[in-house]
Design a protein around this ligand. Structure first.
Ligand code: SAM
Length: 198
């Protein structure tokens, strides 16, 4: 398993595939163990790095992960097979905003896909959160750009960063969810429904 993880890190670096930072995945794995998380939904599989690590955190943990890019989806399937965790990881090849879920609920929903669509993902998938479940979001610092959008010259980058800033405001002002922000990795948040005890 360790060999596969290193292989995936090297692949991601060489092919410029964004994968989660070590501090952030360590935090999530610890959370999975401490809270005995069983069912996870991940938005944005890339090559399966975080899905494999999350699924291996706890014996009973299962992960459904969604990826819309075909090449990454194929690579993810290959890696899941190599990891021997096929029974614990279900990889879905679709745009997450088009996925139809019914009669399912997740203890943890991990949002790690298109940064400009974070609010849409949150609003769509919150209905599939189990009681006491959490929504974790990655890349809230976006490589240090968040909070400095007015100084960014590139229009595309500025617009993306502004969307992450507005997602942060959305979380902070949310009446339904309480969010804790953690300054580790590229910035991570954990959102829980208000009036639920953990
Ligand atoms: N979670 C992965 C990891 O840490 O190993 C990294 C995911 S990468 C940051 C984001 C991925 O989300 C990309 O591979 C991208 O193709 C995918 N993605 C972006 N928007 C998506 C969408 N609307 N539906 C499904 N996948 C999406």
């Amino acid at each position: 398993m360790k060999e596969l993880i290193v292989e995936m890190e090297t692949y991601a670096k060489e092919k410029n595939v964004p994968i989660i930072e070590k501090d952030s995945i360590a935090f999530i794995m610890k959370y999975i163990k401490a809270n005995n998380i069983k069912n996870i939904l991940e938005i944005g599989s890339a090559i399966g790095y975080s899905a494999i690590l999350m699924a291996s955190s706890n014996q009973e943990t299962k992960v459904t992960t969604i990826e819309r890019d075909e090449e990454r989806y194929m690579e993810c399937l290959k890696n899941v097979k190599k990891s021997g965790l096929e029974k614990k990881i279900n990889v879905v090849f679709q745009d997450a905003l088009d996925v139809n879920l019914s009669d399912v609920s997740y203890d943890l929903i991990f949002i790690d896909a298109a940064k400009g669509q974070y609010t849409k993902f949150f609003e769509k998938f919150k209905y599939f959160l189990a009681p006491n479940g959490v929504i974790i979001t990655d890349n809230l610092k976006f490589h240090g750009y968040v909070g400095k959008s007015e100084k960014i010259e590139s229009k595309n980058l500025r617009s993306l960063v502004e969307k992450i800033e507005s997602y942060i405001t959305f979380l902070k002002e949310n009446e339904e969810f309480e969010t804790e922000f953690y300054d580790l990795g590229d910035g991570i948040s954990v959102s829980k429904r208000k009036n639920e005890s953990q």
